[in-house]
Design a protein around this ligand. Structure first.
Ligand SMILES: [Zn+2]
Length: 324
């Protein structure tokens, strides 16, 4: 098999076939939108998360877009409805995000006008108790106390390798994570615990900066992010994350290299673990750490994303070198 060619922006390569097979057999919704599977025996194509009976891998072919699957003569599955828009793609995480967005509008009303009644009405809830329960679930605080509450502001970032959720306080960005990632919920919990603030989908200047820097990064024109970052962790995690930030754009280090740089060659596994707990993907470049053998190693956001990020950085670096 020849290695796939990855253009810098927009078009998405398919993940490796074994990875896609694993994904649809497990009904893994984090791959929804990444690929579609088409079943030769039925002529139907599905999202990876489809709950219909799983076809045998030998009867399946994979497409990266709905269009390709349809051009190949397949019809859309009536159960997982692959033709339906973006909004349905990201499963529960996306719905939870929308619900939180709606509640955030209510939080702003309370903060600015001190009017709980109006907030209930604006958020589309019929009763105070229903609103209070939903609010407490999302913000971990009762509406009456929200006026004084500060919050981690959450924003939605679209990137060529899938949407991400970012978090910010006035001191900086404290979260950047792929929305499909199973760890997202856990990371949101950690942020909430570390910062002792509710999570509120809302705007923030740091989120605006991050959004435009991500655009430049994916266009291959930005090598270092300037947006401030706040990443509290254990002493060891913080040392690992600081070390990751020293790996130059376009280069990689092994887990062992990082352990040695920290003065403890034996800490390879601990380095790997801290690497995986990085909450600020891309900006703290945990994707630049690979296995000693040169294999990619792990990546919480999915190996195809890691491959894609490294390819992007390598291509932009060599392009830059040729120009200079
Ligand atoms: Zn289906």
């Amino acid at each position: 098999m020849t290695p796939p060619d990855f253009p810098l922006v927009d078009t998405l390569p398919l993940p490796a076939r074994p990875e896609m097979e694993r994904a649809y057999l497990n009904g893994d919704a984090s791959y929804d939108g990444v690929f579609y599977l088409a079943v030769k025996t039925t002529g139907i194509f599905c999202r990876p998360s489809c709950t219909a009976r799983k076809p045998k891998p030998e009867n399946v072919e994979f497409f990266s877009t709905v269009k390709e699957a349809m051009f190949a003569g397949y019809r859309a599955c009536l159960r997982c409805r692959p033709l339906e828009g973006e909004g349905d793609r990201h499963g529960l995480t996306f719905q939870a995000y929308c619900r939180a967005r709606r509640l955030a509008a209510a939080l702003d009303v309370i903060k600015h006008r001190g009017e709980v009644d109006e907030a209930v009405f604006d958020a589309g809830y019929e009763s105070h108790s229903g609103f209070r329960d939903a609010f407490a679930r999302v913000f971990s605080t009762a509406p009456g106390q929200a006026v004084s509450a500060d919050a981690v502001r959450l924003g939605w970032m679209d990137t060529p390798i899938g949407p991400m959720i970012a978090g910010a306080t006035d001191t900086g960005i404290n979260l950047l994570e792929f929305t499909g990632r199973r760890m997202l919920e856990a990371q949101l919990d950690t942020v909430q615990r570390r910062f002792k603030q509710p999570l509120v989908p809302a705007d923030h200047p740091h989120l605006d900066t991050l959004k435009s820097e991500l655009q430049s990064y994916f266009a291959g024109t930005l090598r270092e992010f300037s947006v401030p970052v706040v990443a509290p962790g254990t002493d060891f995690e913080e040392r690992v994350w600081a070390e990751l930030c020293k790996i130059p754009y376009g280069e990689t280090r092994s887990y062992e290299d990082v352990a040695i740089a920290l003065g403890n060659r034996a800490a390879v596994r601990a380095v790997g673990r801290a690497n995986g707990l990085n909450r600020i993907a891309i900006v703290i470049p945990c994707h630049r750490v690979v296995n000693k053998s040169g294999e990619l190693g792990g990546y919480g956001g999915g190996l195809w994303r890691k491959r894609r990020l490294l390819h992007l950085e390598k291509s932009s670096s060599s392009q830059r070198d040729m120009e200079s």
